[in-house]
Write a new protein. Structure first.
Length: 294
């Protein structure tokens, strides 16, 4: 009886909660999808040219078949071929706009974090003021000023999406400024420009590249929204937004494939980019892993 009373309690098998493992299984399918999409939008236009003025009413509004895998639209144009060219435009806009946004945001964030003081406070208040305006609304204003075109769409997306990169770079620079190696560089006679280019920017480069990659899907959806509203490419041009806008009329006569095909390709492509970016984010910061959307 005494042994039962004084028997030590069994050790609990529960240990401190450890961060979940990175969902590496998401990387392979996302990378495969991105590879197929990139190969398709680069190779297909080299062999098959899209005539945006092509009209063949004899094969208009045909559902998916062996001859036209995604069917044809109300003018007899092949939906699959137009989707390939539309994805090419969307990805080009997304990548170029994301790179420009990253450059602008990195410059603003690095200056704000390295100079500090009143300069930092003024820049951050400007960032907060721009962030308070919805991106799409501000993008519509910019495109309306510049007149709808591909370059206007890229500029509008770049000027409305650099805020995240600026905040990330600023916070990283403020954290790095307190490190001993920065003090050693300053004591060694390094100028402020040398400290920024040799020590601060190389250390924030991984975060900037990650933010740029995560910005691509957002920029693609932004371009699609502008084109859907008639503020992107010309109506006859192959664009995801234009195709979805044109497909609205076809839904009334049962042409579901005209909106399903471009919308599904857009969702799959952007989710693949987000999947690769999420795995990369987890590897950069394993202590703050989050579940990805797939």
């Amino acid at each position: 009886m005494a042994d039962l009373l004084w028997r030590p309690a069994p050790r609990s098998r529960l240990t401190a909660a450890s961060p979940p493992r990175s969902p590496k299984w998401r990387l392979l399918p996302s990378a495969i999808i991105l590879g197929v999409v990139a190969l398709t939008v680069l190779v297909v236009p080299l062999f098959v040219e899209l005539n945006e003025q092509y009209v063949d009413l004899a094969i208009a509004n045909q559902p998916p078949s062996a001859g036209h895998l995604f069917g044809t639209d109300e003018l007899g144009r092949d939906v699959l071929l137009r989707c390939v060219y539309a994805l090419r435009v969307s990805l080009t806009v997304g990548v170029v706009a994301a790179l420009i946004s990253a450059l602008v945001g990195t410059a603003v964030g690095a200056l704000a974090g390295s100079i500090g003081g009143w300069f930092d406070r003024i820049l951050m208040r400007v960032v907060d003021a721009i962030a308070s305006v919805p991106h799409l609304l501000l993008g519509i204003v910019i495109v309306a000023i510049l007149r709808p075109s591909l370059s206007a769409v890229i500029i509008s997306i770049a000027l409305t999406h650099w805020l995240t990169a600026a905040r990330i770079v600023r916070s990283e620079v403020l954290s790095l400024r307190t490190r001993p190696f920065i003090d050693a560089a300053i004591v060694g006679g390094a100028s402020r420009l040398q400290v920024m280019t040799r020590h601060l920017l190389p250390n924030v480069a991984p975060q900037v590249l990650l933010a740029t990659t995560l910005m691509v899907p957002h920029a693609v959806w932004h371009e699609t929204a502008l084109s859907f509203l008639g503020l992107g490419l010309p109506p006859h041009a192959a664009s995801i937004g234009n195709m979805i806008n044109d497909a609205q009329r076809s839904l009334l006569i049962g042409g579901w494939w005209m909106s399903l095909a471009p919308g599904l390709l857009l969702i799959i492509t952007t989710l693949a980019v987000s999947g690769v970016s999420g795995v990369w984010r987890d590897r950069l910061n394993p202590k703050r892993r989050t579940e990805l959307t797939w």
